[in-house]
Design a protein around this ligand. Structure first.
Ligand code: GUN
Length: 306
């Protein structure tokens, strides 16, 4: 059986390392401050934001939740961001995505002061990532690298295959792996014979948002598999198909009425991989830990870096 890469354990380690840094900043004047802007009431975003605010609270980071109405315009959002850029008590600004379709997301992300961009989404910080310069890195990709390093998984010289080319995960994780000297391939919806390409990966990172699509034939035996997907399955037949009618797994479904499944097949990966991140409890907890790390680093770096 493959080794489980425990994101909750690594998250706790990261948080306990951050705690004295937060205390030192508080003792020196004020704790780090994070503003989270959540538009409307997307249930998944609400859960993410609640968890982000809770993590701040646990660590003693000041946090503020700004909640513009669903009908907010781009101009109004720009005003919110500009106001936060100017606040001396706010070190980090996070605009939860996705934004409603009437809002120009690119303009909003561009308006965030790069030194306060704890998501690492500003083009200035994306440029710093590509150039290998220090700066805030996107949280999920940074969490994946942290997990690989803390579990001692060798990256240099390995074949890394990334499935998904999003700005939030696929592209930044590919650059982080490249900077660690992996040979990196990025796959996407037009990739031919995806299974054959994935099977070349000593490290396989999957972020495509399709439940359990990556089955055994996509996984090189002994590979390290990082599953970024979190897909909620509410249909019992679909859950039964994915879990091949396993009584244990279906017991969880029957108790809760739904189950979370990654993009990687949960039974196949446990059998074929050398190590893998479970869903839940793998990559998810690390995203928030790295947001906290980026917020603390931004507070330590005052004033700006760009
Ligand atoms: N939506 C999904 N993931 C993220 C993230 O890492 N940051 C932000 N701001 N929004 C998201």
């Amino acid at each position: 059986m493959a080794q489980i890469l425990d994101g909750n354990r690594v998250r706790d380690e990261i948080k306990s390392e951050l705690k004295p840094r937060v205390e030192a900043l508080a003792a020196a004047g004020r704790p780090p401050g994070l503003a989270v802007v959540l538009v409307g009431n997307n249930p998944a975003s609400e859960i993410y934001v609640r968890n982000k605010i809770k993590a701040c609270h646990d660590l003693g980071i000041y946090s503020e939740n700004i909640a513009p109405a669903d009908a907010v315009s781009t101009e109004e959002m720009l005003e919110v961001v500009r106001g936060l850029n100017e606040r001396a008590d706010i070190d980090g600004i996070l605009v939860q995505l996705p934004l409603p379709k009437q809002v120009d997301t690119k303009r909003i992300l561009l308006a965030v002061e790069p030194a306060k961009d704890v998501d690492g989404f500003h083009p200035c910080n994306v440029g710093r990532l590509v150039a290998g310069l220090p700066g805030p890195r996107a949280c999920t990709p940074a969490g994946i690298l942290e997990l690989l390093k803390r579990y001692g998984i060798e990256i240099a010289g390995k074949r890394a295959v990334v499935v998904g080319r999003s700005d939030i995960v696929g592209k930044p994780v590919a650059f982080l792996l490249l900077h660690e000297h992996a040979t990196v391939t990025i796959c996407h919806s037009k990739t031919r014979d995806l299974a054959a390409v994935c099977r070349e990966g000593d490290i396989l990172v999957v972020a495509m948002g399709r439940a359990a699509l990556i089955t055994g034939e996509y996984i090189k035996p002994g590979a390290t598999v990082i599953d970024v997907g979190t897909n909620r399955i509410e249909n019992r037949d679909e859950a039964a198909r994915i879990f091949r009618h396993s009584a244990d797994r279906m017991g969880v479904f029957d108790k809760r009425g739904s189950v979370l499944v990654g993009d990687v097949h949960p039974l196949d990966v446990a059998e074929i991989a050398g190590a893998y991140t479970p869903v839940p409890g793998g990559v998810g907890p690390l995203t928030i830990a790295m947001l906290m790390a980026n917020t603390v680093a931004a507070a330590e770096r005052r004033p700006g870096i760009c």
